[in-house]
Ligand binder design. Structure first.
Ligand code: NAD
Length: 321
């Protein structure tokens, strides 16, 4: 059995090599993403292990895929929106994903950013860079167990996030489309408007769908507390970036921690001259009360190992059945 792995990054290589040794399966590691231009690299393989971003093309791609004897597309992450599932069904291609490779990784990044913002680390850094070391009355902080944390979306990541904040003694309230009994011990369920109005930290954990796109806009930001910190580890499109910038500039909220931005595809995962970065990113990045990370909340050894191992296991288990 041979499997071709696309979009392989250096951090994944040791896990691919270990899995190959453990399972006695030959792997072809390819750094380029899967596309019609790179599909030929999978000649002689039973399936492909893929990662976003990848553009697989139209019906012809899927027909060629099966003509080459390929049977499986094993996505190494949760999102499979870049795979045409209708074409896969029609051509008998089996598609798998890894729905939860490490929810804890993303939950911990959200918590890290929230605590850094709560304790005003950016503001202190900026003051100290100017030689200002006296106690600033504007920079008195709060302690997490006095605060209400509001979660929107209580799935794998929202649930882990709830557990972390509860462990620190915060009150955790949550709005989710459906009631999840498994989190009743750590959250109080409420509605969307109450989360927005009552929370000191608001953490977003829903997928990006037509229903959630722009869920945090001008009106929602106006309803938040003045000391509220907005955390978005989910998808940039959940937040109206222009409205967020205005809210921060007018001190309607206290800060924001963002691992995702609506226009991130233009520059995340690339090296871009600083003067060519989007204006909204530069405005946000210059604010001491904003933390931006380039969609790396998942980027831990546990998550990478699980993505590689579970992604390959999904192909292997189907083939040996
Ligand atoms: P999940 O499917 O386990 O949970 C999503 C939750 O959102 C579910 O409980 C669902 O009921 C709820 N939901 C969906 N639509 C809703 C709506 N309109 N209103 C209220 N609740 C709604 O997903 P997850 O594994 O927890 O991941 C959540 C999101 O995190 C993903 O969709 C992805 O966008 C993002 N993510 C980010 C990173 C990163 O590195 N920053 C990594 C993985 C996932």
């Amino acid at each position: 059995m041979k499997i071709a792995a696309y979009s392989v990054v250096p951090a994944e290589k040791p896990y691919f090599e270990q899995w190959s040794r453990d399972h006695q399966v030959e792997l072809k590691l390819i750094s380029a993403p899967l596309s019609s231009a790179t599909l030929a690299e999978a000649t002689g393989c039973v399936g492909v292990s893929v990662q976003q971003p990848a553009s697989l093309g139209d019906a012809k791609f899927y027909q060629r895929f099966v003509q080459m004897g390929l049977k499986y597309i094993g996505v190494r992450s949760a999102g499979i929106d870049f795979v045409n599932l209708a074409e896969c069904r029609q051509n008998g291609i089996k598609v798998t994903n890894v729905p939860a490779y490490s929810p804890r990784a993303i939950a911990e990044m959200g918590l890290t950013q929230a605590l850094a913002l709560l304790r005003k680390l950016g503001e202190y850094r900026s003051e100290m860079a100017q030689g200002k070391f006296s106690l600033n009355p504007q920079l008195v902080s709060n302690e997490i167990y006095n605060l209400t944390v509001g979660l929107i979306g209580l799935g794998h990541i929202g649930g882990e996030t709830a557990r972390l904040y509860r462990a620190l003694g915060a009150k955790v309230i949550a709005y989710n489309r459906s009631h999840k009994v498994q989190y009743e011990s750590v959250v109080e369920y409420t509605d969307f408007d109450s989360v927005i109005a009552q929370s000191d930290i608001i953490s977003l954990h829903t997928p990006l769908t037509p229903a959630t796109k722009g869920m945090i806009g001008e009106q929602e930001l106006q309803k938040m507390k003045k000391n509220a910190i907005l955390i978005n580890m989910s998808r940039g499109g959940l937040v109206d970036t222009a409205a967020l910038i205005t809210a921060l500039q007018h001190h309607q909220i206290a800060g924001a921690g963002l691992d995702t931005l609506a226009n991130e595809a233009e520059f995340f995962r690339k090296d871009v001259p600083v003067n060519q970065l989007p204006a909204d990113y530069r405005t946000l990045a210059a604010m001491p009360n904003v933390i931006i990370t380039p969609h790396v909340a998942f980027y831990t050894t546990t998550a990478i190992k699980n993505m590689v191992n579970i992604g390959l296991d999904n192909i292997y288990q189907q083939e040996i059945k």
